[in-house]
Design a protein around this ligand. Sequence first.
Ligand SMILES: Cc1cc2nc3c(=O)[nH]c(=O)nc-3n(C[C@H](O)[C@H](O)[C@H](O)COP(=O)(O)OP(=O)(O)OC[C@H]3O[C@@H](n4cnc5c(N)ncnc54)[C@H](O)[C@@H]3O)c2cc1C
Length: 432
Amino acid sequence: MTSITSWGRLRAAEHSVVPLSDRESAAQVISSARRPALASGMQRSYGDVSTNAGGTLWDCRGLDKFIAFDEQSGVLRCESGVLLRDIQATFSARGWMLPVTPGTAMVTVGGAIANDVHGKNHQSYATFGNHVVHLTLVRTDGDVIECSPQENPDWFSATVGGLGLTGVILTAAIQMKRVPGPWIDAEDIVFESISDFFELSDASEAEYEHTVSWLDVTTDGGRRGIFTRGNPVAASTPEPRETRLTFPITPPASLVNRLTLPAFNRSYFRLKATRARRRVEHYGSFFYPLDSIGDWNRMYGPKGFYQYQSVIPRRDAEEATRAMLAECSQAGAGSFLGVLKTFGDVQSLGMLSFPEAGVTFALDFPEHGEQTEALFARLDSIVRASGGRLYAAKDARMPRDMFERGYPQLERFLAFRDPGISSELSRRLLGS
Ligand SMILES: Cc1cc2nc3c(=O)[nH]c(=O)nc-3n(C[C@H](O)[C@H](O)[C@H](O)COP(=O)(O)OP(=O)(O)OC[C@H]3O[C@@H](n4cnc5c(N)ncnc54)[C@H](O)[C@@H]3O)c2cc1C
């Protein structure tokens, strides 16, 4: 048994890990594993969607081969354990990149599909699943299902954003996007209020592919932030050398607390504000700023941390964002990470995909037991009242009825579950 913890490091649990590395034998290995089992990638999900305490994990990271790339159409076929980092590095030099990427490249293709991840360009390119043109799914009874938006479309929509519960994704074909090179014409703009964020978003969405904001969520009521926007651009600048620091130890207590947070956020704001400008930036630092600090999740100490990510329909988003910030202030709980971003209105293909037209707000909180739970309960009320929902890829505690209400296609999805697969999240939110 191996002790595994997800990115939030809230709990470590023993798993029997079965590596998958050869796609020819994968179906046989999958069908003979001890149940319940679950596929896993890089464990970059924050909560319990990727863990199966006491059970089996099929470790898909060994399924790491590119299978074919069509230079004409830009369709890449690969195994599901291939990292987004390796796709971007290999194909950006050839003028192609992934159309959608999350805020870390240390994610597998299988993990990106199972959570139907989004990036900074949702308003233009929707989610990762919108660019998957085919996938091969292996069920625990040994069945192999080929699916795409045209072939077995229901299996496809159940598996995209299906939280790993419909089977193991063995391979995927992804429609890549033509780019002028690995560069982004980027700009940071300082804003002083939540209304400014909404104005900047409205003014930027038509002309900028990528938009995202960092918000200063401090206990003293800071509401300023940095709005970042950008477009792909051609440039002849040499590519930067990768520099990577690693957070060396897990400190005995969270370094993010009431005393340190205002100072952290003030310094970060000043640093960004003094450098706020238009620049040509490499996609690596633009898309994946946190990837340059290995194991940064250790900074929250041995008890770990939660990420609370909601999406609120646009109509109520401004009021709900203010209300959530007020709750954080009242609870004396600031967040180092406060990311606000708009989602466009392209429909996700997955039955359980998280994004919907509106505004998503992500906040990180160190685990402080009942105090943290009480704050979450208040934030939940705001999300419920405005008809929003929470992101399962980040979740470790949402109440079951909130999941049921937030995901109206859940009942339809259940028919596609693989009975041999279960995660801690599925046991918590679906009862098995
Ligand atoms: C710094 C950071 C930034 C992030 N930014 C974003 C962001 O901007 N947008 C966003 O959407 N997410 C973001 N995330 C979350 C992350 O992109 C997702 O959690 C992603 O799914 C993790 O992929 P993984 O390979 O680590 O999969 P894991 O976390 O190991 O697993 C995730 C899910 O995928 C399933 N799975 C994995 N492989 C397979 C397979 N082969 N077949 C079937 N199911 C499989 C698992 O069962 C599980 O349900 C971020 C995470 C971090 C740490």
